[in-house]
Design a protein around this ligand. Structure first.
Ligand code: CA
Length: 319
């Protein structure tokens, strides 16, 4: 096992999110003071470029991704049914063969008909995975949970700012070294993806949300474990850096929905959102996206075994 750093259970908010310790501190959330930071990276994939300055107001963010325990409370209270549990409507997928229109979600190792209750297919359960991130969550499922909890989903800029933990411009959420002093800081993939997962970090699949150390803001699991939804529509690259400090974008919310479609599949008009943080499937030989600047395009109707989410609260929402 990896070096597990856990807080006492009571530190995890297991009650409804809008309940608070006092009038100003939402349970299970961490305050990220606002500021200006360098978003993106010029050292990796094209979609992370260019590095550009962005300003965000202060906000609260969930200390961990939403867990199976949290999500079950929502489903039970609201009677909610996730996207992966509903049979697709043929009119939403013109040209799809009838046998393909089945309820389900994508899992890295093939079994079909997976959903959040059965993350690895029909014979799997989430028993014993209460403190793991909920997975198989389509964008609208994440939105529905956030609304129920009295919260919102983060923008890409908010998410990346929180993930950096005050290490502006650093490669990773904890600094410039991937494994400082040989220590594993996040649940990623060790070995050659996809055939060999040696799991020297102790986890073949998802891990408990506080299994690795928090970042500088006291936030857990921003990197690795599961990708996380943000509200921004996908864009192929970032805006250029502002020529003057006066013109730095404040609280940017991404580009237009129409630009988020996949140009390689023009017949499919399903818009895509930005995912952040990488997952337990990210391996050095395949996808070095276990960094705050990394981003990935995900169609809003797609849910998989390595995508989850967390929520934020903005000051104006609280007032
Ligand atoms: Ca792992």
């Amino acid at each position: 096992m990896n070096e597990v750093q856990r807080l006492p259970c009571e530190a995890i908010d297991s009650e409804t999110a809008i309940e608070r310790h006092d009038s100003s501190r939402p349970l299970g959330m961490v305050f990220v003071p606002g500021g200006t930071f360098r978003m993106g990276s010029d050292r990796h994939y094209p979609e992370e470029r260019p590095v550009h300055r962005v300003a965000v107001d202060g906000f609260w963010i969930d200390r961990t991704p939403v867990t199976n325990h949290d999500f079950r409370k929502f489903v039970n209270a609201a009677g909610y049914v996730t996207f992966a549990e509903i049979k697709p409507d043929a009119k939403d997928y013109p040209g799809a063969l009838p046998h393909m229109l089945k309820a389900g979600s994508l899992v890295f190792t093939p079994p079909s008909h997976a959903n959040w209750r059965r993350p690895y297919g029909p014979r799997s359960t989430i028993s014993g995975l209460d403190d793991h991130p909920v997975v198989h969550i389509a964008y609208r499922d994440a939105e529905a949970y956030a609304k129920w909890a009295g919260k919102e989903l983060p923008t890409e800029a908010e998410w990346e700012f929180a993930a950096r933990g005050g290490h502006d411009g650093a490669e990773y959420a904890w600094g410039d070294e991937f494994t400082p002093d040989g220590r594993r800081m996040a649940n990623t993939w060790q070995g050659a993806f996809p055939h060999k997962n040696v799991a020297t970090d102790g986890h073949q699949r998802t891990s408990p949300v506080m299994a690795f150390p928090p970042n500088g803001y006291g936030v857990y699991d921003m990197i690795g474990n599961v990708w996380e939804w943000t509200t921004d529509w996908w864009s192929r690259r970032h805006e250029a850096d502002a020529p003057k400090a006066c013109c730095i974008p404040e609280n940017p919310r991404g580009g237009p929905e129409t630009a988020s479609h996949d140009p390689c599949q023009p017949q499919i008009r399903i818009p895509r959102k930005v995912l952040k943080g990488g997952s337990h499937l990210c391996a050095p030989n395949y996808c070095r996206r276990y960094r705050p600047a990394a981003r990935h395009a995900e169609p809003v109707d797609t849910s998989t075994s390595h995508v989850g989410f967390r929520c934020v609260l903005r000051e104006r929402t609280m007032s």
